[in-house]
Design a binder for this molecule. Sequence first.
Ligand code: 13P
Length: 282
Amino acid sequence: MAFVTSEQMMALADQNGYAIGAFNVENMEMVMAVIRAAEELRAPVILQTTPSTVKYAGLPLYYANVKAAAEKASVPVALHLDHGSSFELAMQALRTGYTSIMIDGSKEAFEDNIAVTKRVADACRPCGIPVEAELGKVGGKEDDLVCDDPGYTDPDDAVKFVAETGITSLAVAIGTAHGVYKGVPKLDVERLSQIRKAVSIPLVLHGASGVPDEAVKDCIRRGISKVNFATELRIAYSNGVKDFLKANPDAFDPKKYGAAAMDYVCALVKEKIKVCGSDGKA
Ligand code: 13P
């Protein structure tokens, strides 16, 4: 099946009331596990890498892994740059062959966020590559990116932001945070509904690890068409390795504990795909 952009996937999700699961991957095993889960549930899927992941192994290695796996897969697969931290990194991902790009200027002042986002959207548009950007600030820690000063997305600002930048999807800040939550997150779902009424492009929910399934489903009903999961995949992968080595302390073959880690990630991703309602949509 083709290695595709996320635009068509997200448009269909938006029109039909489900969301595409977007899963952060760190290595080949996580790529294989996410795609296996998507195939088993017949779900379109987005794999994504953050700047710190890109720093770990480089854009071309992730691209080659995902492209090879996507071409063999029986479901549509997209590869997305998550939280692109600069115009330069966004352009490197574009040239490498990533099929969608996020530019995250949410830490900048509103006008500066518009400026960098528009620059990336203008460069990607002629190549047919969709661009996601963030308005308001999702709190918490995503790899090296820490935000201790979260801020909610203002619906009127969202209208201006979308019109002036030309982005194809918008990441909203409604009370989710990256990383592990202390307690149950309180989401401002009314704000989400207002943003949905105000802008017509697909909306993205970040920081979904640890958000109760019912809350994620409510956000999807209110207009979210892409849901990002990272921390829970990292935990599942690590638990797979740890449990295998605890049970088999003499093991030394990475393929053995790698397979255990893939099983854990695959099981988790299948649960999340069902929460998103994207199973059976490929
Ligand atoms: P979590 O780590 O909370 O799942 O957030 C993922 C995310 O939003 C990646 O952009």
